[in-house]
Design a protein around this ligand. Structure first.
Ligand SMILES: [Fe+2]
Length: 173
């Protein structure tokens, strides 16, 4: 088992005790950098999915309108635990369109609503992009013995892999 890091408690500039949870400052910063990208990806995909809930048209309207609602609700609920894990690791959580624009690997929704099958394709690619981001953060958290972040990433990976499969199935003949 790794030796606990920063075993001695210290005071931060704010007067509150410094963070001393057994994950060093450098590791916490590296994990937060990854979680910030995951937060930006998740938020961007949330907004695109809600946009498509509003704007979908065609014979699959009812199915997709409802399916997108389930998906954007899940994504909306996911941003909070990601942001709060960043806070627990001692860093501010990004929460602006400017920050997300820089951090996100998921592109903004197209300016004009695409047709339904293109919406599905865009969402498949979005879920896969978020999955790739979550996977890239996992070894960073794992190497630092950050079990709660590993757990959160595992849950997010399960959802994104599964949602990509479900959406992709709609496109198969
Ligand atoms: Fe609605």
């Amino acid at each position: 088992m790794a030796k606990p890091r920063n075993a001695k408690s210290a005071r931060s500039a704010s007067g509150a005790p410094a963070i001393n949870i057994g994950i060093g400052e450098k590791d916490r910063a590296a994990i937060v950098a990854g979680l910030s990208r995951l937060l930006a990806d998740t938020y961007t995909l949330y907004l695109t999915t809600h946009n498509f809930h509003w704007n979908v048209t065609g014979p699959m309207f009812s199915t997709l309108h409802n399916m997108f609602m389930v998906q954007y609700t899940e994504l909306w609920n996911a941003v909070d635990p990601i942001a709060e894990r960043i806070r627990a690791l001692g860093h501010p959580a990004p929460g602006s369109y400017a920050a997300y624009g820089k951090l996100s690997s998921v592109p903004d929704a197209p300016a004009r609503p695409p047709k339904a099958t293109d919406m599905i394709r865009i969402l498949v690619e979005g879920h896969e992009a978020v999955a790739r981001t979550a996977r890239s953060v996992f070894p960073v958290a794992d190497d630092a013995d950050d079990e709660p972040t590993c757990d959160l990433l595992t849950q997010r990976l399960d959802i994104h892999d599964k949602t990509a499969w479900m959406l992709r199935s709609l496109l198969e003949e």
